[in-house]
Write a protein that binds this ligand. Structure first.
Ligand SMILES: Cc1ncc(C[n+]2csc(CCOP(=O)(O)OP(=O)(O)O)c2C)c(N)n1
Ligand SMILES: [Mg+2]
Length: 338
């Protein structure tokens, strides 16, 4: 019960944070492309209940919820969206490049499936070092249309790496439905099973039903140290990228109605209320606390300084013999900025 209440709090908090981003986005203070995951909040909230800050996580272009559920700092997150130096990636990454080693959130990247080999490599490194933590790799359904995913799953199976693959299947890649991209009768989880990874398909919106299974799978992974994949079926309400709602006309009406009737926050809230596990007063008080912390995070982010111009080329990847290029780019940047 405590876990369900905690998951509810996380889903509600992530929902409210992303709604606020969506509301404020048109002010043009957050200048990075932003992929919201409103409708999908239960999956990272369920998974992260069973992860510690020692466990590593890598994410995707749509990783706000992953970062927040993993324990990422709200102030640093909102500052990152504003490109400020107090951001979790020092204002250099934005929405799609979140990173915070304090909570084991190593990286997220914009390239579909890019973090799958990175996550498997991290797990391999941890195994070589004799560490007992696990690595969680978040990926979308479209990552199963990229060759590198199969190579990485194969390597994880071969080496017996403690990797938890979390595939959030929201049935879309940008605007293209899964049915137009992958054979209808073949489950994503079955692909990973065929490679030699224990895999499961769960309802990503029904926390009451799926959470105990998620907890068991992660416990087994910790015990046996073998990779596991969970495909969590869910749905996003917003457009692929940006703050607007997905136009009703762009998707089949019965499909939208089905998923709206299974909203993960509402379903869990109804369960907790109807079983007297939480009261409306508790929810109202949680909402007030969340609102206050969001307001503070935005105020801090708006007031924070941008990274310094003279630091523009710090932390870049370049060998010393490439230094001439940085100097040249730096000169050009100066000219543009002046
Ligand atoms: C290698 C690569 N191909 C294409 C793109 C363009 N792109 C960005 S997000 C995206 C959709 C990814 O869908 P999915 O993995 O299911 O994640 P979702 O957006 O549904 O969360 C695509 C095609 C990209 N970023 N990288
Ligand atoms: Mg998808």
């Amino acid at each position: 019960v405590d876990k369900l209440i905690s998951i509810f709090h996380d889903t509600l908090r992530i929902r409210k944070i992303e709604e606020e981003i969506s509301l404020r986005y048109s002010k043009q203070e957050m200048r990075c492309p932003t992929h919201l995951s409103i409708g999908q909040e239960a999956t990272p909230s369920m998974v992260c209940q069973n992860l510690t800050h020692n466990d590593l996580m890598v994410g995707t272009h749509r990783s706000h919820a992953h970062y927040l559920a993993k324990g990422g700092d709200l102030n640093k997150f909102i500052a990152e969206l504003h490109g400020k130096s107090s951001g979790c990636t020092s204002g250099r990454g934005g929405s799609m490049n979140l990173s915070d080693l304090n909570v084991g959130f190593v990286a997220s990247t914009a390239i579909v499936a890019n973090t799958v080999p990175i996550g498997v490599g991290l797990a391999f490194a941890q195994q070589l070092k004799g560490e007992s933590n696990l690595t969680c790799v978040c990926l979308g359904d479209a990552a199963f249309e990229e060759g590198v995913t199969y190579e990485s799953l194969n390597f994880a199976a071969l080496k017996g790496l403690p990797v938890l693959f979390i595939c959030e299947n929201n049935f879309y890649s940008v605007n293209t439905p899964l049915a137009l991209r992958q054979p209808a009768k073949r489950k994503i989880a079955d692909l990973a099973t065929a490679i030699g990874i224990d895999s499961y398909t769960l309802d990503g919106n029904n926390t009451v039903e799926s959470y105990p299974k998620v907890a068991d799978i992660i416990a087994t992974l910790r015990e046996k140290g073998q990779p596991q994949l969970i495909e969590l079926e869910t749905y996003r309400y917003k457009v692929h990228c940006g703050p607007e709602d997905e136009p009703r006309s762009s998707r089949p009406e019965d499909e939208v109605n089905y998923w709206l009737s299974r909203d993960p926050v509402t379903m869990l809230q109804n369960h907790l209320l109807s079983n007297n596990l939480i009261s409306q007063e508790d929810i109202d008080s949680q909402l007030q606390t969340i609102k206050d912390e969001i307001d503070i995070a935005f105020s801090k982010a708006e007031a924070a300084p941008f990274p310094l111009r003279e630091d523009a080329f710090k932390f870049k990847y370049a060998t010393p013999d490439m230094h001439w290029l940085s100097l040249e780019l730096s000169k050009q940047a100066e000219e543009v900025l002046s």
